[in-house]
Design a protein around this ligand. Sequence first.
Ligand SMILES: [Mg+2]
Length: 260
Amino acid sequence: MKERWKHKTWLIDLDGTMYRGKKQIPGAIELISYLQKEKIPYCFVTNNAMRTKKQNVAHMEALGFHGIKEDEFFTSAMAAARYVARMSDRRNAYYIGEDGLREALLENGFTIVDDHSDFVFVGLSRSKTYMDYSKAFEQLWNGAKLIGTNCDRRLADGDHFLIGNGSIVEMLAYASEQESLKLGKPYAPMLEETLAYLNKQKEDCIILGDNMETDIAFGALHGVETILVESGVHTAADCARYAFAPSACYHDLFACMDDE
Ligand SMILES: [Mg+2]
């Protein structure tokens, strides 16, 4: 690993970088063990708003990772709840999401309500119905503010894709004729909230991920060094299509660790 990276805090993407479906990415367990052994700080920064901190740890352990702690995850649900709590005194929230979003809202002082909400948080749910979405819409129509935790169009699910949270947010935006705040990677509020959570500056960090449009844009557009690993969505050949570039690109995580 490059010497200067040993003095950074690693902001690491999960899906496509640490695991894909039910399998860990080759080198992922070795990289995390290396960071732990060398006492190099890291945090998993993910747009996935569905899991709680406990569920994230359990998921990583089931994949074979060791020694990962609950406070080593920062999700788009946590960023959204913290951001809105700082920007407003209103605390009545309706949400379309799973346990991770619920946990983040409760931890930031929101009251979960069924009616008369100030905000409708949307962080992806695999079980909500047409009537739940209509209820969310009705509150938006009555003045609640739409807060999508992230704008992901698609959600990787093993070898295929499901509809991503951003697509659901767009549906509610279309119906209610309002736009959501842009949160989650690659947008600035996610970086601000991540740095505040970790008590770090941009210069202290390096971002590792597999996706040009979320991870690499997240760093490159906001002045944070980035590493693209070709284990997920994008490869080095894709970089030419973008107006920004990663600071480094590796075929796999072993190569990233070997590079002196
Ligand atoms: Mg990814």
